[in-house]
Design a protein around this ligand. Structure first.
Ligand SMILES: [Fe+2]
Length: 206
């Protein structure tokens, strides 16, 4: 074994963090940062060791309209985080109560295991009435492992799954849970705000 091989101990999780920090150190524009992050996320999603590690991650519970997110990493300098989300096979994650935005942050949502429908909506009312929002569907696609969705600030979306365990890796520009995010109920044209996911610190490799 060569020295080079024996000293290569960087995991793909460590590589993702290192590359993201390097990118953020040279690029300050949020849009460019989050578009450029795509291949780093892809690499993480395609690593069999990551898929294997994810089999031990706990299912995220939903408590009072807030879901849990596994918190793997929060960057002390650039504030980005890496979350995981595990959807249970025996629960129906339908759309009506899950349509939401992420407020002001950028999110890169990558599917690691299982299939989901990713739905995108746009707002069509003039935002003049509180607690009211009209939205319409703009896309509805079935996505599988390795697929990545960039959710920009305020973009309205939902992930729907049922009957299979689904695991997602989610990079965010900031830890969520401490600020309000929009929630939409299209059948009622209603809108409300609530706090985002409850963060559950979790070791990535168990
Ligand atoms: Fe979301």
């Amino acid at each position: 074994m060569s020295n080079a091989a024996s000293t290569t101990t960087e995991t793909s999780f460590d590589r993702f963090i290192r590359k993201t920090r390097e990118l953020f150190s040279r690029e300050s524009d949020p849009e460019k940062r989050w578009v450029s992050l795509h291949p780093f996320m892809k690499e993480l999603l395609e690593d069999p060791n990551v898929i294997e590690a994810s089999q031990k991650w706990p299912v995220c519970q939903r408590i009072d309209n807030r879901t849990q997110n596994l918190l793997f990493y929060e960057d002390p300098d650039y504030k980005f985080v890496l979350n995981g989300m595990v959807f249970s096979a025996d629960r129906d994650y339908g759309v009506p109560d899950r349509l939401h935005d992420h407020g002001h942050i950028y999110t890169l949502y990558g599917l690691l295991d299982g299939k989901q429908r990713i739905l995108r909506y746009e707002r069509i009312d003039d935002r003049s009435k509180p607690d009211y929002a009209e939205v319409r569907s703009v896309s509805n696609s079935e996505c599988g492992p390795g697929e990545i969705d960039l959710v920009r600030p305020w973009e309205i979306h939902a992930e729907a799954s049922a009957g299979e365990r689904v695991v997602a890796l989610i990079a965010r520009s900031e830890r969520s849970g401490g600020f309000l995010q929009g929630r939409y109920v299209p059948e009622k044209n209603s809108y409300w705000q609530g706090y985002g996911p409850i963060q559950v610190p979790t070791p990535f490799y168990g």
